[in-house]
Ligand binder design. Structure first.
Ligand code: SAH
Ligand code: SF4
Ligand code: F3S
Length: 469
């Protein structure tokens, strides 16, 4: 895993091209920013558009519709969207001269946060659609084609997941042997730095039957590893198959019964929601991978309180001790913010101290970015940019060292690897370790989707090299 610099939660992916429809089909180019939930949503939007006659393209020049699925988490993430819109606006103008239409849509968390403001600032945009209304995309597009600008950011009363079309099995099979599955939307935690409760709305858990049906479709299409997603995924509590309310631990046990699904993960978790059943799943469920992303943000109790995280550094460390007692080989990952308002040198030292105590296998760290409308932005004691820079550099130095040491600790060991795709070089394949590292193995190691034992021979910058055993 790559150590995060400032914006590594922004992963631009283009939707995969679909097959089957003729050259006259309309084409959509989707660009994804932000977290895994957006990656999942982009696929579901592509599915909804496929039902409406759109074929996905990864070449923006070919597109009749460009959809930016945006992220509002930090200032830079939001600004990227406007600079990208500038480029696409120029493309649209050139197109118009040639007599061909290009529609521009903005989806995701910037859409939800800024709504009509996006069209005021960027008049070439035709539609703005928030994350809870993606199932209405075909209808919104019909209105746009009728000559209207449409802003659709009301939270829908109906369940978008029930209304979004499922992709065809052939389409799913092309997406690879690992998949995301969103089980929960929104967040009720209101950490004082964070926009998510405002952009994604309040927490909603999908029912077990819906999740199981989707996981079964994935497994039938060849998916071996599923990562359950939610901004606060371990707070998931859904209607169970027996009519009772289930927690995430129980859901994981149920999903592990699905033939073909060999590996399960979940992200992102909040320390307050790690219950006994979930910890027991880490102990008793071999399919649950020994890797846990459990953000703490800061090691200072004063700052944790100001962030409204509602736990102390000691609580977090004690929790990790319990998790490690249940599953000794679990690798920890986390998120950190440096330079939250009021953070002193001593507070920052407490963060470094916590990092030394936990010893992370990977982590993401960010400079605090004041977000409009959040309590943090209104607080006193904003930290100078140069101080944030310096703290981030020191923290990342420590985290990088821990990540490298973790990789080195695996050299000589035999581990199981899920073969994912052909390697960049001929004669190689790329697999995925239980701890999410890419593993480079000999091409003869196994077919895509196989899970095989390999011995780690050396580490690369953020990958492992392995030989067959
Ligand atoms: N739901 C997850 C976090 C989602 S956002 C959780 O509670 O852990 C991903 C990460 O972005 C956060 O963990 C935090 O480290 C970072 N982040 C969120 N808001 C931020 C802000 N205003 N400035 C800097 N980093 C921020
Ligand atoms: Fe944001 Fe906190 Fe919710 Fe995570 S738990 S999404 S950081 S408000
Ligand atoms: Fe960004 Fe929205 Fe995800 S703000 S991190 S895309 S939930």
């Amino acid at each position: 895993m790559e150590l995060n610099t400032i914006e590594s939660h922004d992963i631009g992916i283009a939707a995969e091209p679909s097959a089957g429809t003729g050259p006259t089909a309309k084409k959509v180019f989707v660009k994804t920013y932000g977290c895994q939930m957006n990656v999942y949503d982009s696929q579901r939007m592509t599915d909804a558009l496929a039902a409406d006659g759109y074929v996905a393209t990864d070449a923006v020049e070919d597109a009749d519709l460009v959809l930016l699925n945006t992220c509002h988490i930090r200032e830079k993430a939001a600004e990227k969207v406007y600079s990208e819109l500038g480029r696409i606006r120029d493309m649209k103008a050139e197109r118009a001269e040639a007599g061909r239409e290009l529609l521009i849509g903005v989806a995701g968390c910037v859409a939800q946060a800024e709504g009509a403001e996006i069209i005021r600032r960027s008049p070439a945009v035709d539609l703005v659609i928030g994350p809870q209304t993606y199932h209405r995309l075909p209808d919104v597009l019909a209105r746009v084609r009728g000559g209207k600008k449409v802003v659709e950011t009301e939270y829908a009363i109906e369940d978008k997941f029930e209304h979004l079309p499922q992709p065809k099995r052939a389409e799913l099979a092309k997406r690879g042997v690992t998949a995301f599955l969103t089980v929960q939307e929104g967040c009720d935690k209101f950490c004082t730095f964070c926009v998510v409760p405002y952009t994604r709305g309040s927490e909603v858990s999908r029912p077990v039957a819906q999740i199981v049906a989707e996981a079964e479709r994935l497994a039938e299409a060849g998916v071996r590893e599923v990562t359950l997603l939610g901004q606060n995924v371990n707070a998931w509590h859904g209607l169970g198959e027996n009519g009772e309310e289930w927690g995430l631990g129980r859901l994981l046990f149920r999903l592990a019964e699905i033939p073909g699904l060999a590996r399960l993960r979940y992200t992102t978790s909040h320390p307050r929601d790690m219950d006994e059943e979930l910890i027991a799943a880490h102990r008793d469920l071999p399919a649950l991978m020994p890797y846990l992303h459990l953000p703490v943000q800061s090691g200072s109790d004063r700052i944790l309180k100001a962030m409204n995280r509602r736990h102390t550094a000691r609580d977090y460390l004690a929790l990790i001790e319990r998790i490690r007692a249940a599953r000794t080989d679990i690798a920890m990952s986390g998120d950190f913010i440096v330079g939250f308002p009021g953070e002193t040198d001593a507070d920052f030292e407490a963060t470094l101290e916590l990092v030394r105590e936990v010893n992370y296998a990977s982590a993401f760290s960010f400079k605090y970015s004041p977000r409009p409308g959040t309590p943090g932005a209104e607080m006193d004691g904003h930290v100078a940019e140069a101080v944030k820079d310096e703290r981030l550099q020191r923290l990342q130095g420590l985290l990088l060292k821990q990540q490298q040491d973790f990789g080195l600790s695996l050299v000589g060991k035999t581990i199981d690897t899920l073969i994912e795709k052909p390697g960049r070089q001929a004669g190689q394949k790329v697999g995925r370790s239980p701890w999410l590292q890419p593993v480079i193995v000999d091409d003869k190691a196994g077919g895509i989707g196989d899970i095989i034992d390999v011995r780690i021979t050396r580490t690369g910058y953020n990958s492992l090299f392995a030989e067959l055993v």
